[in-house]
Design a protein around this ligand. Structure first.
Ligand code: CA
Length: 469
């Protein structure tokens, strides 16, 4: 009798252990893992899934097709630093004066950058029990007080500044690869894009029970143009040398994202992982391809702010979707926060919108009535409402108006024939801008941008008319 009871108790105990073990290890019953992959200065047409044909991006194309591709996915600024400030806080960066790149003196000045008083995605997800990692380029606060480990990230591997050579050779405090604040010896680094991928894989495969959030900000394909042989052989068909190297840098990202995807599959994590991929601004003027859009990084033409952008979440979002209403990088914060089970309506500071009901088809309404941009010291700005976009170039007296649906290249300025619409958009911009504060420091690009615009205008003015025969 005693013998029998012992066996039953033992069996029950075993069952409890099995159940507890089973629940703990079932990744589908947990909160979703979240990965935001941000590339740097990658152009609209520098991925196959947007119609690019010369740079091979087979992994990105395959993974993008497993979720939703955004055909009107915008970032909130055409330069690196402010765009990241908007993404990480879910707020227009002009709300806290971070609407231009930072001067290089920032490493000694904790007032330059996104202030600690702003809540970042990492901090909101930590409240939801996530372990958090920032990998790659930071560029929203050069001063050590503003580094990722002070902004809600448990783990950080990367560099603080805006650019870095791909071999990890230290070149000052902003261009040194750090792991949780300590310099990483050069002999532990290979090719930075691969190093960032490997660090992300290590973080994913840590045997811990908490869900994870990874902000993986590759500096590729930002300058300098540096690539390894294995990636260069993938773009040897590109005859223009600059683009061939640039393409190899993009291919390295594609390879990395493919490896991360394989890791998720191998660890049975893919179904319950929400992955978002985008570029921080439009493709740079050299070597990138923003076709069919006008302009490039630094401009508020579509080529400077419309980026490759997709989201996958196999457990919740159907594959093979294209979403055409305009969305913003500001939407990432509320979207991932909602997926984590948090009550997004409590985060009243957010300017973004939770995209999940929209991509799941719960509602057909557009997520945004309007989007706004403010750049170059605040005297360059744009507003898009519906199909219309108002754009004020820094050195131009006159406002431009485009119908983005009919004229996606922004070739035909229709401001003169639509004064009422111009007025309406200008008023909407002023109302939006009234809630912003002035930029917190001098814009290091303003002078060059104006110089470039004025040089081009001078050439256009002096150009000779065609001689008549
Ligand atoms: Ca950038």
């Amino acid at each position: 009798m005693i013998y029998n009871r012992s066996i039953i108790l033992l069996l029950l105990f075993g069952l409890c252990i099995f159940k507890a073990f089973g629940q703990k290890k079932d990744p589908e019953n947990q909160k979703p893992n979240i990965i935001v992959i941000l590339t740097d200065d990658q152009g609209w047409a520098d991925v196959g899934f947007n119609g690019g044909t010369d740079i091979p991006t087979p992994n990105l194309d395959r993974i993008a097709a497993e979720g939703v591709i955004f055909s009107n996915g915008y970032v909130s600024h055409p330069y690196c630093s402010p765009s990241r400030a908007g993404l990480l806080t879910g707020r227009y960066q002009a709300r806290f004066g971070h609407d231009c790149n930072m001067p290089y003196t920032g490493e000694n000045d904790a007032s330059i950058g996104t202030p600690l008083s702003e809540k970042m995605i990492s901090e909101a997800l930590k409240e939801q029990g996530y372990r958090t990692s920032a990998i790659g380029k930071w560029h929203v606060g050069d001063h050590p007080d503003l580094h990722p480990t002070n902004q809600g990230f448990d783990h950080w591997f990367g560099f603080a500044g805006g650019g870095m050579n791909y071999w990890g050779i230290p070149q000052g405090p902003l261009q040194t690869i750090l792991r949780n604040g300590k310099p990483v010896p050069e002999n532990e680094l290979s090719y930075l894009t691969d190093d960032f991928t490997n660090e992300a894989i290590q973080f994913i495969t840590k045997k811990e029970d908490q869900p994870f959030f990874i902000y993986l900000a590759y500096n590729a394909p930002h300058a300098p143009d540096q690539a390894t042989e294995n990636y260069l052989k993938e773009t040897k068909h590109i005859e223009y040398g600059g683009r061939s190297v640039y393409g190899a840098m993009v291919n390295a990202v594609d390879n990395g994202v493919g490896k991360i995807d394989s890791t998720l599959i191998a660890n049975n994590l893919k179904k319950n992982t929400l992955l978002i991929y985008l570029s921080d601004n439009g493709g740079r003027s050299q070597h990138a391809d923003n076709k069919p859009f006008r302009g490039y990084k630094g401009m508020i033409y579509e080529g400077g702010i419309k980026v490759p952008f997709f989201m996958t979440y196999p457990k919740e979002i159907l594959k093979n979707q294209h979403y055409d209403h305009m969305i913003s990088a500001l939407d990432i914060f509320p979207t991932v926060l909602d997926a984590s089970g948090a009550n997004v309506s409590k985060e009243k500071q957010l300017d973004g919108v939770n995209l999940l009901p929209y991509v799941k088809g719960t509602t057909n309404k557009p997520p945004h009535e309007a989007l706004f941009w403010r750049s170059v010291g605040g005297f360059e700005y744009a507003a898009r409402i519906g199909d219309y976009k108002l754009y004020h170039r820094a050195n131009e007296k006159n406002l431009m108006l485009f119908n983005i649906k009919n004229d996606p290249y922004e070739r035909n300025n229709i401001a003169n024939d639509n004064s009422v619409i111009v007025q309406e958009l200008e008023l909407a911009y002023e109302e939006w801008n009234a809630k912003n504060i002035p930029h917190g420091w001098e814009d290091p690009h303003a002078e060059n941008v104006l110089k470039e615009q004025n040089q081009l205008n001078a050439i256009r003015t002096k150009a000779l008319p065609l001689k008549k025969n």
